[in-house]
Write a protein that binds this ligand. Structure first.
Ligand code: OSB
Ligand code: MG
Length: 370
């Protein structure tokens, strides 16, 4: 594989519903799209999941743009390499910046799958004919509003519901949802909003039969999650804290979690995601695919990843129509009435990239050539 050209663009896309977590509220996404081109004119697309601010992790739109433009794109074009599986290695001496790395790495995977004329999910080793889909519902202005949202998503067929919580907005929300929906597969995500001394409060969640509590403690802490997990019946699922397969191994060995959420951007791409999936399969730990309010290209990569055998739990990969009035891919991602997504049969990510729509949404563009 020889990459001759890397095109970065930033697009602005308004969410249909503002998305609120314990750390903030998003109404419009600023997304970096990556297009890589090889010597034969073949192309591949990736999407950077970095947020508009460094609140979920250190990375954000500007830092990702700068590191891709200045360091990663030149590394990608410096010399030919064997396959997309090697990109991870090319970037190894650049510390961190995994969302930026993943955007380029996943684009190379799309390019490779297109040039081999196979769907990306098959090239990755996926085995599922359909993936199980859940939803992540942000903090809502009122409890009644939250219940309306849960009702609507369940009516659409989604297989599990995740609600966001934060201190002062936790037990009450879970109790309200559980009262109306006693049997629904339900989980909560705190996005690092609690401290170990909140353990007595978090223990009160045990009575609600939650599938898991996601990332209750600090984003960069594994040890304290191990101390907390010993005090909870509810499984802890780590999101922010797992940035690599080494992190996953440590977390599992310490008993810091019983479930792991894999996000392509957070761990640096398809290769590292597969390593975590394999490790978890070996250790009997269930994984699922997280979401970062992706537009269609990122969503398509999430679908491909979710077809790997270890992804046994419903993920946060849901229909395009939950986020956008019009997606940047065609067709948009849809969910069956059984709450599943069928991976596409066309080559690469398997969805057509809507070039004209992207052009209209673009606020800046830069081409880096070898
Ligand atoms: O913690 O999983 C998270 C969105 C942005 C940043 C972090 C998270 C989320 C979600 C939404 O929960 C998942 C989605 O619908 O894409
Ligand atoms: Mg999360």
């Amino acid at each position: 594989m020889r990459i001759k050209r890397v095109e970065l663009r930033e697009i602005h896309l308004s969410l249909l519903h503002p998305f609120e977590t314990s750390y903030g509220r998003t109404t419009e996404r600023h997304i970096i799209l990556v297009r890589v081109e090889d010597a034969d004119g073949g192309e591949g697309w990736g999407e950077c999941v970095a947020d508009e601010s460094p609140y979920y992790s250190e990375e954000w739109t500007e830092s990702a743009w700068a590191v891709m433009q200045r360091f990663l794109a030149p590394l990608l074009m410096a010399a030919p390499f064997g396959s997309a599986a090697a990109v991870d290695g090319l970037f190894a001496h650049v510390k961190g910046n995994r969302m930026a790395k993943a955007a380029l790495e996943t684009a190379c995977w799309d390019l490779e799958a297109r040039s081999r004329n196979v769907p990306l999910w098959q090239l990755l080793g996926g085995t599922r004919a359909e993936i199980a889909s859940g939803v992540s519902i942000g903090l809502q202005p009122t409890v009644a509003g939250l219940l309306d949202r849960v009702r609507g998503e369940l009516a659409s067929g989604y297989q599990r519901v995740k609600i966001k919580i934060k201190p002062g907005h936790d037990l009450e929300l879970v109790r309200a949802v559980r009262t109306e929906f006693p049997d629904v597969p339900l989980m909560v995500d705190a996005n690092s909003a609690y401290r170990l001394h909140d353990a007595p409060l978090l223990q009160q969640l045990d009575e609600f039969g939650l599938m898991m509590i996601e990332q209750p403690l600090a984003h960069d802490d594994i040890a304290q999650h191990a101390l907390l997990q010993r005090q909870l019946a509810t499984p802890i699922c780590l999101d922010e804290s797992i940035r690599s397969s080494d992190d996953a191994r440590l977390a599992i060995d310490l008993g810091a979690c019983r479930i792991i959420n894999i996000k392509l951007g957070r761990v640096g791409g398809h290769v590292e995601s597969r390593r975590i999936e394999q490790l978890c399969r070996d250790k009997g730990i269930a994984v699922w695919c997280g979401g970062m309010l992706e537009a269609g290209i990122g969503r398509a990569h999430n679908i491909a990843l979710s077809t790997l055998p270890g992804f046994t739990l419903p993920g946060d990969v849901s229909a395009s129509a939950r986020y956008w009035d019009e997606d940047i891919i065609d067709p948009p991602v849809t969910v069956t009435s059984r709450g599943t997504i069928e991976p596409p049969s066309r080559p690469g990510i398997g969805f057509a990239v809507k070039r004209e729509r992207i052009e209209k949404l673009t606020s800046r563009r830069e081409v880096i050539e070898s």
